[in-house]
Design a binder for this molecule. Sequence first.
Ligand code: SAM
Length: 237
Amino acid sequence: MRDKIFKKNTDLVDFVFDKQVADVFDDMVNRSVPGYQTLIEMMGLIVKTYGKDNSNYYDLGSSTGAISMALGLNNVHKNNKIIAVDNAIEMVNKCKANLSKKLSNFDVICSDINKINFENASIVVLNLTMQFIEVEKRQQLVENIFNGLVVGGVLIVSEKIHFDSKEKQKQITSLHTDFKRANGYSELEISQKRQSIENVLITDNIEKHIERLNNAGFASSICHFQCLNFASFLAVK
Ligand SMILES: C[S@@+](CC[C@H](N)C(=O)[O-])C[C@H]1O[C@@H](n2cnc3c(N)ncnc32)[C@H](O)[C@@H]1O
């Protein structure tokens, strides 16, 4: 369904992942996040390389299940369970409905990801989710994930990022706005979405992401993807 949430002038409230967002989420994310499809496609490579037999794959902040689906459809390993977690019930329902069309080895859990006890994981993915977690809880979350990963397992964190240089921030934000215009969003939609999300989506810079992963103890942490103000990090335990 086409995203028209901010098409008309509305009384702006903080952005929430409610039913109206869940209904249009796939369209919204594809038209708003440069490189989103590449991030999803990368899961196919990552699951082949880093997945292990008899282990769990976690998709945290799973929304409608695109990451879980990519992990499941490209999996070449034996005896794996995909555990998708989201705290928005409308997303959980959509995720269950989507995954059950093509996969059987999954659980979809409605929970705060900060409360999950990660176990026997070879792959954990936070695709565009860390940015919605309270800043002061992010290090602990990464440490919880690290503790639940097997040696050689990976955490993938994909995020909107910011730049400390005002000039670079302005330049990249301008290109991102062009990207949204090119995908059919009007000036009103772009401006209203920005205002609605600015207190809810809190970005880090690339250095902070790498520092957090290193602090948690990952043996190797790299930025493996960047498109404008979106980046993805691959950390190996
Ligand atoms: C931008 S979406 C993620 C997109 C999805 N991973 C994908 O690749 O299509 C962010 C999701 O994180 C969920 N979320 C935000 N905070 C959460 C939390 N503390 N625990 C669980 N889910 C959370 C939201 O409900 C939303 O569905």
